[in-house]
Design a protein around this ligand. Structure first.
Ligand SMILES: CC(C)(COP(=O)(O)OP(=O)(O)OC[C@H]1O[C@@H](n2cnc3c(N)ncnc32)[C@H](O)[C@@H]1OP(=O)(O)O)[C@@H](O)C(=O)NCCC(=O)NCCS
Length: 190
């Protein structure tokens, strides 16, 4: 069950799902580049159905720490932390299904406020993620937020008949502390 706390940034609000999120997801349809950035096959894509949108929001509801991202009074995407308590670490994932907002700094803001929550509230030691090598926008966003590349999984994914490489990135608590003041200035966090 979703237990994600409300987190407010300068431009975005991270909150638990609400019913209108289904329509916001449905309205954006199936975006070819979004599918590709998640490592999906973009050949023969089927249109997104209302059932797909319902399932999408239900899945967010089912995860303990997954937020819907609200921007200008609508849901534009989601962010998730999957915590491994024993090792004080979490896997991070973020996705903005509304492609009209890409490249405006929202992914950076979302990632920074989730990292603030992960390190300052949950007291984690490490947050990590994996991203496909060709997802240059996401990698640039993560690097701006302090994630460093720590390894690769060579040609581990077969996408549209081509073997693709995944990149593993992480940020440690001490690295977060070192850049925290920059986040605060950018997001007016306190
Ligand atoms: C990845 C994602 C969350 C990033 O959020 P965003 O709001 O678009 O990103 P931001 O605007 O905060 O930052 C993106 C940065 O990448 C840069 N960028 C954009 N396109 C780029 C490209 N083709 N190559 C290199 N850098 C690029 C931008 O210039 C920006 O850096 P800057 O602020 O220094 O100029 C968002 O684009 C998204 O949801 N994409 C689709 C789903 C996805 O890829 N999810 C991640 C799966 S691991």
């Amino acid at each position: 069950m979703n237990q994600a706390p409300l987190i407010e940034g300068l431009k975005v609000k991270l909150r638990q799902p609400i019913d209108t999120d289904i329509n916001d997801r449905f309205r954006c349809g199936r975006n070819k580049e979004l599918v590709r950035m998640y490592g999906g096959d973009t050949r023969n894509l089927k249109p997104l159905t209302i059932e797909d949108a319902v399932n999408f929001i239900e899945q967010i509801k089912a995860n303990k720490l997954e937020w819907c991202v609200e921007f200008q009074d609508r849901c534009i995407g989601q962010a998730r932390l999957t915590v491994s308590k024993d090792d004080r670490r979490a896997r991070y994932a973020v996705g903005l299904f509304d492609s009209s907002v890409w490249g405006k700094g929202l992914g950076t803001e979302i990632t920074q406020i989730v990292l603030q929550y992960a390190f300052e509230e949950l007291k984690l030691h490490r947050v990590d993620l994996r991203v496909i090598e060709y997802n240059h926008r996401a990698i640039a966003c993560y690097e701006k937020c302090g994630f460093v590349k720590e390894g690769i999984e060579r040609e581990g994914a077969l996408i549209e008949d081509k073997y693709e490489t995944d990149i593993m990135m992480s940020i440690l608590d001490r690295e977060y502390i070192a850049i925290r003041d920059i986040f605060i200035k950018m997001n007016s966090l306190n």
